[in-house]
Design a protein around this ligand. Structure first.
Ligand code: NAP
Length: 278
């Protein structure tokens, strides 16, 4: 069994991104500038935002965090996004989710200019991905997973891949990106029958659920298991969707939690934030 080391791979990618940022600055005089909008005081969101800002700065990407109080109106948020869309100094805009209930998330996401939508969540970028055209940006987590598979030279083309989960941020774009790479993809969700049978026959399993769901002892020989889930177990310890002890002896590659998909997501986001389209 080989560990898919997201920490090591993400460091390698961040080095490349840093080099590309320097090249962009030298060749064009433009400094990539990521603006992150955060609303309210959700502690997890604050940690994510701090992490994004610190990583961006380490690799030469300018980064600004704009904080709004929990009771900010949707109108004011939209006004700020419109300003940032017009601001030529700003090359990437990210709104940290979740947003408070009184704000319509879709209205906010749709307001971001597709050329600055580093999360790849706007209808234009999502639509392009769905019809197999290169979007400006791919969503960070699925793109990071593909970077990890590519790093370990895992063949995607022609593989039978099971994606568990169909959220807009992970499962759905993951399935679409893999179809575009010529995999045969099954997308499972809470209505899927006989999930264990599907897990046992897939060449690659990518689980993005947020519950211990991959726990079969015998997965396919030479299979690859990617664990996207991250949550706290009953003892408060960070864990993933996959029962590592059970599954790891029978597969060929497996990603750990933590240290697998998590660091790849950040590296992939930084790759997006280093792009300058405007
Ligand atoms: P989500 O929006 O809650 O989606 C979960 C998906 O799992 C849904 O599509 C749901 O199906 C499906 N599901 C739930 N129970 C199931 C079952 N018994 N069998 C099969 N499918 C089932 O979650 P998310 O935002 O995609 O995140 C998923 C996990 O990944 C979470 O633990 C999250 O923290 C983690 N995550 C990690 C990273 C990272 O960088 N490491 C990034 C993003 C997310 P329905 O659609 O039918 O409800």
């Amino acid at each position: 069994m080989i560990l898919l080391d997201g920490k090591k791979t993400s460091e390698k990618i961040l080095k490349k991104v840093k080099f590309n940022v320097e090249k962009t600055i030298n060749n064009t005089g433009r400094v990539p500038h990521l603006v992150v909008i955060i609303v309210g005081e959700n502690p997890a969101s604050q940690i994510y935002v701090r992490n994004k800002k610190n990583t961006a700065e380490k690799i030469g990407i300018k980064s600004t965090v704009i904080e709004f109080p929990e009771n900010v109106s949707e109108k004011n948020l939209l006004k700020k996004i419109a300003e940032l869309n017009k601001d030529n100094d700003v090359t990437g805009i990210l709104v940290q989710l979740p947003l408070p209930k009184h704000i319509n998330k879709n209205n906010i996401v749709q307001a971001i200019a597709p050329q600055k939508d580093v999360d790849g969540f706007t209808p234009e970028n999502v639509g392009k991905l769905a019809i197999g055209i290169e979007p400006y940006f791919y969503p960070a987590t699925p793109q990071g997973i593909i970077m990890l598979l590519d790093e370990y030279k895992i063949k995607i083309e022609g593989a039978d891949i099971l994606v568990i989960g169909r959220s807009n941020i992970v499962g759905r774009p993951m399935s679409q990106m893999l179809i575009n790479r010529n995999a045969t993809v099954t997308t499972a969700h809470s209505y899927t029958k006989d999930l264990d049978d599907k897990i046992k026959t897939a060449d690659i399993v990518i689980s993005a659920v947020g519950k211990k769901i991959v726990r079969c002892k015998m997965v396919k020989k030479n299979s690859v298991i990617v664990d996207v889930g991250i949550f706290k177990d009953a003892n408060g310890k960070l864990t993933g969707d996959v029962d590592f002890e059970y599954v790891s002896p029978s597969c060929e590659f497996i990603s750990p939690v933590p240290g697998g998909v998590g660091p790849m997501t950040i590296a992939s986001l930084m790759y997006n934030a280093s792009k300058v389209y405007v």
